[in-house]
Design a binder for this molecule. Structure first.
Ligand code: AMP
Ligand code: MG
Length: 528
């Protein structure tokens, strides 16, 4: 059954967040410290020439919305040039720990929520523009976003969703027709770049930092009000603050298992970029593991400390949760309960990791510690020579178990494609890898799972397609020239990331050599 879709300007908007929580009473729009409020009513600043560049048909269908024409009333709304009836735009107030340090008030410096609507399943969804102009939380920045960062957020939000990973979504990408100045390499060479706005969608964009700022300012009444509101509307069935925090810990742990599973590296896991709902939020200098490297970070600002590298993400999530625990302590007042919830994070992560690794490897779940070690060893082994994370795991399903059992080097052949040398592993490494594969094959045999079922399980866990940075960069470069065909191809490809799609074979390979050091194709700066 196909539902009739409506236009965005036919939607009835609501504003539960605005109706329920205290507004900043000041009408002053310049950057400043805000107190005793969860948000400031703020209008988007109109742009010169809004034009629709991208639209998610998948999310559009979920919201019951038809795709707008290139320039119509819906596109004007998605650019912030037109406020539709019922919308009450606002910027949220939050703080955060950035790179381990308390940074004070941050807030929506360039994000503006337009309003809420019900999707076709009756779930309330917030529509939020990113790059819609300055707010009282902009500090010294311009409130805008450039095409390259907006395109990356647009594509990756939808890619993550179809990978089955909790995330905020992206409905549209609109070019503004305005130029935005950015010093992309932070080297004193600012340049004009095209501006663009993403319309993000999520049941809520509340972050850990929403609560941290209230602790820092000792606004305990509002802390309680906000916590109770979030629980009532977003955590049905939860009746105590302690149970709520435990649930946030579990959701965050599950999210980390997902990120580790697909080789996603967020890049800026500050507490203001942590969703209270356990969603992936704020796509900035993120990336995907290509060569396996536990210490890899896509964020050039983090190249020194590597705080937010691939391998540390679960640990950092835990640390971020300790910051949230501190913020919620005035409500929970029970150190044991807080500690138990944090232990719950560790347990959920450990269980999730065990299950995930078993699925990635096509093995039975094992609680045995030595067995777990042997499995995790693979990650370290794969660091010895540059080997593509996505390709290796996807191709492991093609390794003939009978050959691997006998230690026949031919068993390695399906994996050759994963090696950046182009010719498979070098001699010494091949021997080590073959040794590991032999142990793996024995476990597969012991598991007694029919091959077809095992391979299906592996392929449903190890995506064939991920949104590699160099692919997104091609879509950006083309879109800057007015050609959005590559963007559409990537959107299409990412709708079925676990399926073989022969028409997209060219998008499933290793990162080409030209992309190794090209800006945007591997590592990125925070400038956006
Ligand atoms: P991020 O590191 O991108 O998560 O941003 C940290 C904080 O800076 C958030 O409060 C953002 O809203 C704010 N911010 C980032 N870029 C801009 C910008 N161009 N204009 C205004 N605020 C910004
Ligand atoms: Mg952020």
């Amino acid at each position: 059954m196909t539902r009739t879709l409506r236009r965005l300007d036919e939607v009835e908007f609501d504003n539960l967040f605005v109706r329920s929580l205290p507004a900043d009473p000041s009408g002053v729009m310049r950057s400043r410290q805000v107190r005793d409020a969860s948000y400031t009513l703020t209008m988007p600043t109109p742009v010169a020439a809004p034009a629709l560049l991208g639209w998610s048909d998948a999310l559009g269908a979920q919201l019951g919305l038809s795709r707008p024409a290139r320039c119509d009333a819906a596109v004007e709304a998605l650019a912030g040039n037109r406020i539709l009836p019922g919308m009450q735009p606002y910027a949220a107030r939050y703080g955060g720990h950035q790179f381990g340090n308390w940074a004070g008030q941050l807030g929506d410096g360039r994000a503006i929520t337009l309003g809420e609507m019900l999707d076709t399943a009756g779930q309330r969804q917030e529509l939020q523009l990113k790059g819609a102009g300055p707010t009282p939380y902009s500090r010294r920045a311009d409130g805008r976003a450039v095409l390259r960062s907006s395109m990356r957020e647009f594509l990756c939000s939808e890619a993550m969703f179809h990978l089955g990973i909790p995330t905020t979504r992206a409905l549209s990408l609109v070019g503004t027709g305005d130029q935005v100045v950015r010093d992309m390499f932070y080297d004193g060479h600012p340049e004009y770049e095209p501006g663009a706005i993403v319309c993000r969608v999520a049941p809520s964009f509340v972050r850990f930092g929403h609560f941290e700022i209230l602790l820092a300012n000792e606004e305990t009444d509002l802390l309680r009000t906000l916590a109770d509101w979030v629980i009532e509307h977003h955590f049905p069935g939860i009746t105590s603050h302690a149970d709520w925090f435990a649930e946030i810990c579990r959701r965050t742990a599950t999210l980390m298992v997902h990120w580790m599973r697909v080789g996603f590296v967020h890049g800026v896991m500050n507490t203001d970029n942590m969703s209270i709902l356990g969603l992936t939020i704020d796509y900035g200098p993120y990336g995907w593991l290509e060569g396996v490297d536990m210490m890899w970070t896509p964020n050039t600002t983090d190249a020194q400390g590597r705080r937010y590298c691939y391998g540390r993400q679960p640990q950092i999530a835990y640390w971020n949760l300790t910051r949230l625990a501190a913020a919620l302590a005035p409500l929970i007042n029970d150190q044991q309960a807080l500690d138990a919830a944090l232990t719950g994070f560790e347990q959920t992560f450990a269980d999730g990791w065990t299950q995930m690794l078993a699925d990635k490897l096509g093995l039975p779940v094992s609680a045995d510690e030595a067995e777990q070690d042997m499995r995790s060893q693979l990650f370290l082994l794969l660091q010895a020579e540059e080997c593509d994370f996505t390709l290796f795991f996807r191709r492991l399903a093609q390794v003939p178990v009978a050959q691997a059992l006998t230690g026949d080097p031919a068993a390695l052949e399906p994996l050759h494609e994963a090696f950046y040398s182009g010719t498979g592993p070098g001699t010494g490494h091949a021997a080590a890898l073959l040794g590991w594969l032999q142990q793996w094959a024995r476990r597969v045999q012991d598991g007694n799972e029919p091959d077809a079922a095992r391979i299906a399980r592996m392929n449903a866990t190890n995506p064939k397609y991920v949104l590699r940075n160099w692919l997104a960069q091609r879509a950006i470069d083309d879109a800057a020239q007015g050609d959005t065909a590559m963007m559409e191809r990537l959107l299409q490809m990412m709708r079925r990331p676990y399926d073989e799609q022969p028409e997209f074979e060219d998008l499933a390979g290793r990162r080409p050599e030209w992309a190794r050091n090209k800006p945007g194709c591997s590592a990125l700066s925070c400038s956006s």
